[in-house]
Write a protein that binds this ligand. Sequence first.
Ligand code: ADP
Ligand code: MG
Length: 422
Amino acid sequence: MAFITEVMIMNILSIFASLFVFQIWLERSSHIRYAKTKAIFGFSAISILWCMVFPLDKFDSFILDLRQVPIIIGSLYGGPIVAVGLFLLTLIARYIFFGADGYLTFLLMYLLLTPILIYFSRKFLQLTLKRKIIRSTMVSLGFSLFILVIITLFNSSHLDANLLLKLVIFPPVSMGMIIYIVEIVLNNYHLRQELIKSEKLAVISHLAASISHEVRNPLTASRGFMQLLQQGYTSPEKMRTFLDIAIKELDRAEGIIQDYLTFAKPAEDKKEAINVSSEIKKIVEILQPLANMNSVELDFSLAPYMVFGERSKFKQCVINVAKNAIEAMPEGGKLSLHIERKGDYVYLNVSDTGVGMTKEQVDRLGEPFFTTREKGTGLGMMVVYSIVDSFGGKVKVKSEKGLGTTFTILLPMYKNAVEVIG
Ligand code: ADP
Ligand code: MG
């Protein structure tokens, strides 16, 4: 008998392979709240199935495999819900793979193991790496010894070096190694989360400095006018012009603060499936008065697609783009909102027949405080880009000076709404 068999290597490799899946899963779902729990469950579930496909050995009705390693790791890291989930998965898989033979003993063993795991999962995440390894190896060793006793009780002739190696030595040792790598993966994940947060904080504090500057200007200007009025130096006509300017300036300051707050507000973390069509209907209602005031005709078409993210942000983003479009048509024109699907993306086209932009202007879109409008804040597009980014989407711009502009917002499609309803 070879000391380490091919099957043992196969088992360990399969667990490592699922660790890669775990890593990619975490990587891709950085915004979703329960990502970690889901990823831990996914990693353990795949590993359990893998291990059962390649058992190390069989004794009578006992199947010797490494499945206890992912079960223990998954339950300790994931807590009670994952523990129960993995327990149920193992119950089903054991029956499908190996039938009813020896099922009762198996069931009793796992009925005993699961509560123990749930108990040991409390505060497990706060332990140091060394203690995590010790605790999980001990649980694994204890479980192995328990199985050993049962196997020997059934038939003591099985007790030999082979059994000791595959049952008592191999699983706890694999456990230690895998916990070590799981810790590395989780550490990377947490570091990346911190980085994203601190990046946003950097932008916010950078902006805060310029915001106070941008807000102080209109305030100082308005104060100056009021002082002139107070001193009674002005004629009534001049007074009206001064007041007009002061009101415009104050509106601008208000707009800046509004946009800034939208950007700086922490994510609500409440992501959901958004029906693009019904949101567009609401947005059109909100925009209708502004469009009427500017003699802009609104044209829109709907299609039943869903995207995934924060609803209020989605609305904010489309409104910002559409408002710019209306404001680009001071002499009136036509604003169209169209939805279509290309591949895995929902395309939201917002086009206007307004003043258009030069290439230089297009390149500067999204830059804080870039505005060509008297009352503009130059923050609207920055908010749009940061929201679309958080949805995992892209913005494309086509514009011709004097002819008009088309903004295309590409968002990853979540589902066809018809599928959701039907
Ligand atoms: P604001 O609307 O406050 O000026 P934005 O960030 O929303 O700030 O837009 C920045 C600038 O981009 C606008 O001032 C305008 O020059 C240009 N822009 C945006 N959308 C359009 C559009 N649809 N047509 C023409 N110019 C646009
Ligand atoms: Mg704007």
